[in-house]
Design a protein around this ligand. Sequence first.
Ligand SMILES: *Cc1c(COP(=O)(O)O)cnc(C)c1O
Length: 397
Amino acid sequence: MGYIYADNAATTKMSRHAAEVMLGVIENNYANPSSLHSPGQLAAVQLAESRQAIAEILNCEPREIIFTGGGSEADNQALISAAAIGQRKGKKHIISTKFEHHAVLHTLQKLEKQGFEVTYLDVHENGIVRPEDVKAAIRPDTVLVSVMYANNEIGTIQPIRAIGAICREQGVLFHTDAVQAVGHLPIDVQADNIDMLSLSAHKFHGPKGVGALYARKGVALTSLIEGGAQERGKRAGTEDLPAIAGMAAALQDAVREMDANTAKVSALRDRLIEGLSAIPHSTLTGDREHRLPGCASFCFEGIEGESLLLLLDQKGIGASSGSACTSGSLDPSHVLLAIGLPHEVAHGSLRLTLSPENTPEEMEHIIQAVTDVVAYLRSISPVWNDLQKGIKNYVIQ
Ligand SMILES: *Cc1c(COP(=O)(O)O)cnc(C)c1O
């Protein structure tokens, strides 16, 4: 069996179709869409067609889409734009959640330093925001609510439509980081009452470094980059047409194949959840029902996620853990802490995220490998020894 890639929430393999579309643009449509000559106009047509394709899928107008350099940039621009609107109106309160992506959380921290006040809502044990909590947090000076569509670590899907309806009724802007959802779940910005939405191509088998921000007309965007008048003055810099066309093609494919992919991938996920739940003192993290079709996320008591990942990699399995071990810090994931897991358990996390390229045989291989590696790591763990001897109590029964 070849290497098993099960880290599709981190990034996906670009589809052959998206790569072919990109190569076609690189070779045949390389002029600058802002140029007045005919090759430039051909490039402008392809740019417009890509925008139209994405707008149709989200159910908005093409002029409500601006292209960005990915999901992080779209998140930054959405929050900074809403803050500027709030500043002009004297509204300096923002509502978000404890388990957003760092592109949102770090931008909010920056806004806090500039005098904005942020309420971080609880996501409860199941990893789902309650619309009534959003409603209760709204104040006369609230300018924005930002809640992610689906969480990238535990895969839980949020009640976006209900939250959007509350925001609409209260006259508060509503942004959603839909990077994990676009191309995987049906999304309609009108029906979902969304004012701003971030998406990223590399999470749905498109190219990396390109994304889009939907902003309902009337929502004034602040440009993050000074320069030319591209994207109606909201995002300076020559458009990356190969990447944008590749993103549009990948999204069209993802939406056309969505039902079939969801059926296939959720069956694989369900088998993983069944198989891994048999490991003693383990728990599925996040709600069992309201979760992304391809996401199985776990915590195992008495082990370190990093060691688990390294040993799985040696067995030919690429997975991910919630605990960010960047720059040697051993801080457990803010997402796992937000759903109420204690530090010692949050360290033993594993995230497996699937694509339609995965197979049932691979799932059996993963279940066996994780079961063996968890047993091995426990056999050499002093913490596990204490738990077994009753010196410490299990957190996960
Ligand atoms: C991946 C991801 C991002 C960042 O997108 P990039 O295109 O990598 O910048 C933002 N939010 C969520 C939920 C993500 O999963």
